[in-house]
Write a protein that binds this ligand. Sequence first.
Ligand code: ACO
Ligand code: LMR
Length: 600
Amino acid sequence: MAQLFTKDTQAIFWNNNASAIQRMLDYDYTIKRKTPSVAAIVAPTADAKFQKFFWGPDEIMIPLYKTTAEAKAAQPQADVLLNFASFRTAYDVTMEALELGGFSCIMITAEGIPERLARKMNQTARDAGVIVIGPATVGGIAPGAFKIANVGGTIENIVNSKLHRCGSCGLVTRSGGLFNELSNIISINADGIAEGVAIGGDRFVGSVFIDNLLRMQENPDVKYMLLLGEVGGIEEYKVIEAIKDGRITKPVIGWCIGTIAKHYSAGVQFGHAGASANAERETADAKNKAMAEAGIHVPASFNDLPATIKRVYESLNIAPIAEPEMNVCPKVRRSKQFICTISDDRGDEATYAGFPISSVALPSTGKGIGDVISLLWFKKQYPKWATDFIETVVKTVADHGPAVSGAHNAKVTARAGKSVVESLVTGLLTIGPRFGGAIDGAAEHFKYADDNNMTPAEFLNHMKKLGIPIPGIGHRIKSLKNPDLRVKGLMDYAAEFFPATPLLDYARTVEALTTSKKENLILNVDGTIGILMVDMWRALGYSEEEINEFISSGTLNAFFIVGRSIGFIGHVLDEKRLAMPMYRHPMDDILYDVQMAEEI
Ligand code: ACO
Ligand code: LMR
């Protein structure tokens, strides 16, 4: 791999570090990336499914996942892991990602991972061919393509340091702070950097100087390289070897900081865990001397580094880089309060999931209410067998006469002089676990039983323990002797048009058992709808997780709500048409069993 990152590189960001992510997205917008560089965020404790971020003046949603595995499964193209876990968790997160596979680069920001673990982690990554940047680093950047988190600082700083587009220096440092400083120096004295990595300040880091420089040697954008080492360790000598044996041929500028150490009487430990010389060879002076002897351009002091950069850069006669057009992120941005993912009224014609209303509403389109529901509820155009099923459900549950609880309530309310909407709502509020609203529960429990390979007897037992009647089983007036023909209609439709009905097949074995106990314990209309909807979604290719989410969000009862609204409105209009007086329930239909005051 000659280039660490490209303009298509996407990352999974472990830990919802919103300000760092926003900086990445501001960078993306500025350099006119097409896709956000963060494809997913792993936020183990968040319940939300996404987080909003600014994308220039607009906002986008980045999905949140609880685990790296889920994030990777959903965004397999994201092959960089930005591991922002704490030092306690960072090792496990990296090892899990290495186990999962599919990552080309893992950046670890935490400082202080125990050295034993860091060595094991780095070796596992090396064996797997995965580049590790860090631990204890701000990361790296491929200017004009992909920037890790906070590298380069604010967007103004980035543009000032020419980090918004590809230059010609390959930069490798240990320190993140000096990385930013050097980017700036290189932008002033040369044309900026082509790729830069701060390898991290811990004693045991993943990719070391030589790994990065060898890659840069292969990267055609890199014309020369700058290595900023520091006191401690022997990594610089590996670079010297590579120059000597011809693996590195591009010009290298080098400097090791920490030359001041000799002015102290005892060994000095600088800020980084690795920045301490354990032998003469590890001192900054020794390394600077060895680098110079190997032909590396080593300035006389850090202060002379800018002039060295200028000299080497100018000697290469690199053609000037055309400045690309950039987007400008607005200074003031307002976060939007509401999100809509189903319809859009901003154009000439409003759309349902992208379909102009006329393309689904007019009879000539051949589309029906099933299509409208599939677009507005599921943001998909379902195939005809599925939209026809949805329509069949809506029509089937539209009404079941005036005696059922919801219709009765709607009628009583209408007769109290209330409006259509008030009376309708009263009827709708009756829908629940016993009446019409057992569809979600039926789908949930039957699916659970089938998923867990329960026999009908085990399922009944399980529900008994839960202490709830099986949703979708039983009817007040329908029974084996007086079968519910609506149920037959739905089952006949499914038998003819569904690719398969495994959950219904299972539910019928349960029904055989319940009706053997009591003949009205049939699979009722709610149960049949709930179970067949699961079969429909499975046939449409939804994952079990998506189906479970439909169930838990109350999607299934909504089919009854839509259908029965038609009937309730009919009953309310009927009352109004008949100008029925206020209803009072006959007292002889009520058993009064009230104690006398003196008995209390
Ligand atoms: N699962 C297990 N046992 C049941 C169930 C059930 N779903 N429903 C009734 N039983 C049992 C009762 O435990 C009771 O047993 P017991 O005689 O040993 O005490 C017996 O059957 C009679 O119970 P009731 O509540 O009197 O039955 P009823 O016929 O009045 O109930 C009802 C009808 C409310 C629909 C009931 O079957 C039920 O709650 N079912 C689950 C909810 C449901 O599916 N509702 C939707 C109905 S369809 C619609 O509204 C559009
Ligand atoms: C309905 O559809 O409303 C019914 O199945 C309930 C009932 O009591 O008939």
